[in-house]
Design a protein around this ligand. Sequence first.
Ligand code: C2E
Ligand code: CA
Ligand code: CA
Length: 382
Amino acid sequence: MIALTLLSLEAVASRIENTIRQGDTLSRFGGDEFVLIMPQLKLNIDAAAFAENIVKILQEPFCLGQHEVSITASIGVSIYPDHGKDAETLINHADLAMYETKSLGKNNVAFFSNSLDKKHKCKISLESEMRKALERNEFMIEYQPQVTLGDRSIRGLEALVRWQHPTRGRLTPSDFISEAEENEIIIPLGNWVIDQVLRDVRNWRKLGIDPPVVAINVSALQLRQTDFAAFFVKLLKRYDIPGHCIELELTENVIMQDVNEKIRCLKSLADAGIKIAIDDFGTGYSSLVNLQRLPVDTLKMDQSFVDGISASPSEDSMVSIIIAMARGLGLSLIAEGIEQLHQAQYLEQAGCFQGQGYLFSTPLNFSSTVRYLEQGSYGPVQ
Ligand code: C2E
Ligand code: CA
Ligand code: CA
């Protein structure tokens, strides 16, 4: 199975057609996907060589009118009878292999394998487990304090989801969030997170604790829902929470995709007082022009830059650039993943005045967060 990005399916089809032999069948499977059936191939190695050749010939640019266009191809291969005894299974398995090559970087070839099948089944079972976990209320939220570096006073809290799995124990997002983000399950899970966080904020307010800003991570699919801003604002009203108590964390890549649409959505959120932060800043791609057009309040300097601050006090140019950017754009800046005192000291003297990390506190459950808020911080709660 061959997936193509970009234009001119006809030109692509005819280029592939020139390489096939009599008895082979080339057909378009839909969208930008083609199926090539080669009944005469005897050896797997021949299939590999053939597929690699197709990738190569498709790398040559195409002339479309006055333009030269380059495309990429990802090919998944399945072989009868090892990988399936009927057409449907063979096509499904080639499809799986094709998605594997796509995820590993394009312009490549992959064969179906049992481990791929296992991985796919694991993904499906993780998805259905997550759906059940939502029904059984197995997810929970922890809050990691964000502090002012100078006096360790609380600047905010970041809400981080955890899963109390019935057999695997306590899972952190690295065990499930990327799978959730790859399919629709992130929407009900993300909505659950939002609802739970807003309930917690309401409960803190009822306890007389005025919470600082609480940050919620929002992923691409959630934000792409047409009514996301309206949904969020409605929930704020239901829980009687002022917009300025909430900050939404979005990564650069999420925010920079379909910028005009994002500007509309984020403006509606900003109009309700909600703050917007760019998470993992410095690891994705941000256009400065677009950054200025978006109603962004905060940049979160990615942990990798903080990790790079060595104990010896030489200037760290990346850290300085990010600090200068935040200052130039008039944005608030928080450094993530501060573990060492010298990192906090370096950041503060370089002009980054807010931070988050194990040096100050690990993520805390609801009651530890209450204690943290009550004591006004000054160090981790044990
Ligand atoms: P993130 O938004 O960059 O969150 C920060 C991660 O760094 C958290 O990991 C946090 O526990 C960890 N961390 C904080 N301080 C330190 C430190 O000093 N050192 C080190 N080594 N790590 C530190 P966590 O909780 O495992 O979350 C991982 C990622 O999962 C988050 O990265 C975020 O992208 C995602 N995530 C978490 N909760 C949610 C959620 O509710 N929705 C969505 N969409 N994504 C979430
Ligand atoms: Ca985050
Ligand atoms: Ca981050």
